[in-house]
Design a protein around this ligand. Sequence first.
Ligand code: 26Q
Length: 820
Amino acid sequence: MDVDALRHGILDNLICLQARPPGIATPHDWYMALAYSVRDRMLARWAATIQTYAARELRVACYLSAEFLIGPQLGNNLVNLGIEDNARAAMRSLGQDLDALLAIEEEPGLGNGGLGRLAACYLDSLATLEIPSVGYGIRYEFGIFDQEIRDGCQVEVTDKWLQKGNPWEIVRPNVAYYVAFGGHTESATDECGRYTVRWVPARMVKGVACDTPMLGFRVNTCNTLRLWKSEAVESFDLQDFNAGDYYQAVQEKVISETLSKVLYPNDEPEAGKRLRLAQQYFFVSCSLQDMLRILDLKGEPVARFADMFTVQLNDTHPSIAVAELMRLLVDVRMMPWDEAWEITCRTLAYTNHTLLPEALETWGLPLFGQLLPRLLEIVYEINRRFLETVRRKFPGDEARVARMSLIDEHGDKKIRMAHLSTVGSHAVNGVAGLHSTLLRQTVLRDFAEMWPERFLNVTNGVTPRRFMLLSNPGLASLLDETIGKGWVTDLTRLKALDAYAGDRAFQEKWRDVKRSNKRILAKRIHEATNIAVEPDALFDIQVKRIHEYKRQHLNALYIITLYQRLRRNRGQGAAPRCFIFGGKAAPGYAMAKLMIRLITGIAEVVNNDPAVNGRLKVVFFPDFNVKNAHFIYPAADVSEQISTAGKEASGTGNMKFMMNGALTVGTLDGANIEIRDEAGHENFFLFGLTAEQVERVKREGYRPAQYAEGNAELRETLDLISGGYFSRGDRQVFRPLVDNLLNSDPFLVLADYADYVACQERVSGAWQDPVRWTRMSILNTAHSGKFSSDRAIGEYCERIWNISPMRVALDQGLSAPLVT
Ligand code: 26Q
């Protein structure tokens, strides 16, 4: 781990793996050589971890997720190994700059947003807390698209994260499973008189394990993220094919390989039907087969499955696991149904991430039956038995039976994946207090009535290693020198900052850190957009996926209002503000794309208007991803969390902002509520209708146009948009957006407008008093401890998984049998 050994390792890898002598090595060659050298230093821990898990009787937590948005790995691994300084020195001695190399890494964009990033934060905490665990998912060849902004519009560019190779991944061709699709089933009675079913598939696909090591912070535990890549079943034997069949066989191979080709964006109206379902089944089946194989290798009977594994379903995307585990136990392992069902329910637990009806997953019966005929039969059988228990418990209540059924029989029949997950799990949780309450009251109300003990809340959390220590080194060293280093793994220790919140000297240091982070962001903004922003301005930031419920357009309406006010008094008296947006819109989500155009349109006008005198700047930062997030969160003064109350399940960006000392402007939605309770109500800018009020307004007949009629500034703002002021005179462009707001406004933007504007004025007032502001900022960081993913994972371990840490020792013999 010392500088000299690192230097040698890097040179070795440069020459032996990159095949480049130092004299002609490109920066990318140096990056690869360093990455391999870091990986080499993780491998001893990885092997020790695998050995420890293989040798002992223990329980493993398996986190099943269609997305893992892990972000760049090099910096995180250096930090977790504790060799960042040594690596920097080693690179310097080789004439290279570590920061420049860190910037080269292409991040694996294997997720859309919150849900995928949450899975990655949880892997970090699982390893840091020394919990035996595996992440299971899909190795997409193309992750989330890269976003470019051209003429103010989003343009999607293919993600090419694998183009130059991925030094973190280890492919394991010997860890592979077959997954069946299509065909039909045949039933028979075997010699023992048992009813058996044989699935005769139309085709098979092979799933190969691609492993990425997930090292914990300063521990020996190095867990595995196992992502499945699809391949054609066998390379075909030329002699068996005539020329025509040869090309047919190649074609089959191509189809098989498309399975793990691309990640689907959420919020897509045509959210890829058939292929998406095939992806889900593919990775779930491979993962469950992998668990069974590990059980066999350990010599454990299948009956012990639920003792050895606990499986968390990250939303309904892996919910086919309920039926697939039944199939593997009943059809393949010949277990009686009841015993298999008991194991399935004891093994699985389900996390819900949304209440939005349009985002709840369902699959049409015909499609499901064609692709997975045996699984459809199993779903029917689960449903038949389940509805029997409903009828026993609520005799004569057929309306309830229809509501709870796994099959939605209104119109085209569909399988309700949230119902399937709930029925097949022993625990169901929401991701923030309000969300879990609403889950019990709305989407899963009947289920909560039937099994109240099954429902619980686990508020989300994020990893302070990546989102503080790695991305905000200035803050991290100030914290280290003020309260000691322990906060990184016990974030509640930040409370010790309370004592310094009013300390003028400390406040000065706090502001220095923030100012330097803002300078870094200002530089990035200039490079990416050519817009010059003033680091002394208030940085007001909203970064997240673009969606109507997240209400980036509410923010935009306020900016226009502020702009008008500034123009009237020629910018006098107002505190300079810089509004920064970032986030991707689903390629097929027209309204979200229009919201981006509105923001860039506003930016073009206000940034170039001399009348505002530089007191207002608007930036749309392109391609918001984990890498860019590293320099965005630390630079924020204000965090915009303005979703319609009741719609954002939790939010996790809100937590990253808080840890980095931003003050939140927010509604009583998702985790905002808990953030406000922790920070102190006086240190949070609250506005807007509550979830209950939102529902009441909607029930009583919401008329958005009335709000515009009653508010001259709002009317003027909407008129400017419709009049083409932000679209170079084109009155058509934003019509759908303005019409939607005036005529339906499903997310109550206009209803919350006035209160939002008033709230933003309070923000401006507070900003004028730096001592007060800094105090509030310090108190936000000080009280962010609850939002560490370590706390969240601790709760999963204790309340759902019943699993405890297992220390890994480095100095083990290499004799124990290996179960990879
Ligand atoms: C589903 C079917 C077909 C294609 C795509 C999808 C799909 C993919 C991703 C549906 C949803 C997602 C992602 C959802 C998501 O990120 N939800 C967010 O989860 C966070 C972590 O719990 C919460 O903080 C956010 O509030 C929630 O919106």
